[in-house]
Design a protein around this ligand. Structure first.
Ligand code: PXG
Length: 442
């Protein structure tokens, strides 16, 4: 480190920030310099209650001792090992542990470094799976309107968030989309899964007939759509999607980047809803956000289909320099151990009723047009200001931050997803703050 190193940056211009209003931020930066358990520390010395688990990832809370120690020890012991044609024990150990909490028959793990890479990996695995089985005509991929599957080309092609797609040309070909499931007229203010909307899954039948079922490789959906503003699957919807996939031989990919690792009160949304996909994409909670890491959890059937041919040959031409990186694997092991020690993968189930009641107490507050919740996820949708969409929610975000609370907004929706260690008193604090902010903003 040079002698002149200054830990407080005094020039913000070089860092082009992701998904950020750069000019506005740099005029008035919100700088975090520390974190412990449920709180961040700002550079000004204020404490901020983390109502969003960072970006839906810090499920174990911040700076948890076992994770910190696992990372510190690992970086000193084995910092990096080549990921191709070489191994190190912790990547195998972590894969076994992931398989042990995954649904039955999903015992294989392909490592990535992010949710976006998990999605690309799952889509490529689906295409290659059909090809190695001699069904190479299955090349189409089906996503869903308002879906978020990261920011790489496959992910934005099957994704359905217009702003994330419209700048980037023609995207992947051979993609179609199911309709989203947001039906505010019928379902507004539903607690948990809405009653109406299972029929929207039948659109997959129409898509199947339109393209011919034998051309479709896979369907990818978020069991609970997060990024778009928390859309909860209507009762019976996921079951119906699974049924249609089975009928025609489509692989079903659950994008569990947000729902994986305890967010709903079970290890995965697949467990929560009792619907088993063929692959699950994960990231975020796998390492509680500490070190970038993702994993695609794959059914035995898919994995085994690749294990043919001469044994000296590479079975799948895919992988990343950092697939199963030792420090990330150690972070994953420390994280899973913390989840197990503290029962965090099921803790949201015991908090869900309390969370739901508190959240829905905001129903009569100004600007609120819908409230949605499931597990430890909540969304409060606000009436947009006419001619200035997103402004109302963004001012709620700024006001909450001033008061010491981190919330997240997308469009005019406030999304909440606190670390799974949150106490009931902290839930009260967070929701009370949001209530006050809603009364205060225009
Ligand atoms: N799939 C899903 C379902 C996600 O939610 C990704 C893929 C991509 O993950 P990476 O690790 O490449 O970012 C995500 C990410 C928000 C928010 O505020 C959501 C995400 C990321 C950042 C912010 O809703 N989801």
């Amino acid at each position: 480190m040079p002698d002149t190193y200054d830990p407080a940056p005094n020039d913000l211009s070089s860092f082009w920030m992701p998904f950020t209003a750069n000019r506005q931020f740099k005029e008035n930066p919100r700088m975090l310099v520390g974190a412990k358990d449920m709180h961040y520390d700002t550079i000004e010395g204020h404490k901020i209650l983390d109502g969003t688990a960072g970006l839906w990832c810090v499920n174990a809370g911040h700076a948890r001792p076992k994770i910190v120690k696992a990372v510190q020890d690992q970086v000193a012991e084995l910092d990096y090992a080549p990921a191709f044609q070489m191994g190190h024990p912790k990547a195998f150990e972590l894969a076994n542990r992931i398989a042990s909490i995954a649904p039955e028959g999903m015992n294989h793990v392909f490592y990535t470094n992010s949710g976006s890479e998990s999605v690309e990996t799952a889509l490529k695995t689906a295409l290659a799976y059909h090809k190695v089985r001699g069904d190479a005509g299955r090349t189409r991929l089906i996503g869903r309107e308002r879906g978020y599957h990261g920011v790489n080309f496959g992910g934005i092609s099957v994704g359905g968030i217009v702003a994330n797609r419209k700048m980037f040309g023609t995207l992947l070909s051979g993609v179609d989309h199911l309709p989203h499931t947001h039906l505010p007229e019928q379902n507004a203010f539903t607690k948990g899964q809405p009653d109406h909307g299972a029929h929207l899954a039948d659109d997959l039948e129409r898509i199947a007939q339109l393209h011919d079922p034998s051309t479709i490789a896979a369907v990818i959906i978020e069991p609970v759509a997060g990024s778009t503003g928390v859309l909860i699957p209507p009762k019976g919807y996921l079951e119906r999607v699974r049924e249609i996939c089975d009928k025609y031989g489509f692989l079903l990919i659950f994008d569990e980047v947000i729902t994986g690792f305890g967010r709903l009160g079970s290890p995965f949304a697949a467990d929560f809803f009792g619907v088993k996909p063929d692959m699950m994409t994960t990231a975020k909670g796998l390492t509680s956000g500490v070190i970038p890491m993702g994993a695609v959890i794959v059914s035995d059937e898919i994995h085994d289909a690749f294990m043919h041919g001469p044994e000296h040959l590479i079975e799948f031409f895919h992988g990343y320099t950092y697939s199963g990186n030792p420090v990330a694997a150690a972070a994953g092991l420390g994280t899973l151990e913390t989840y197990a020690d503290e029962g965090l993968l099921t803790r949201a189930a015991s908090l869900a009723d309390y969370w739901q009641e508190k959240l829905h107490s905001l129903a009569d507050h100004p600007h609120v047009i819908d409230i949605r919740n499931i597990g430890l996820i909540g969304a409060v949708e606000l009436q947009p200001i006419e001619g200035a969409p997103t402004r109302r929610a963004f001012s709620a975000f700024l006001k909450a931050f001033e008061r010491g609370y981190m919330i997240r907004t997308t469009g005019d929706i406030v999304a909440l997803s606190p670390p799974l260690i949150i106490s009931t008193e902290q839930i009260d604090e967070l929701i009370n703050c949001l209530g006050e902010v809603l009364r205060e903003i225009d």
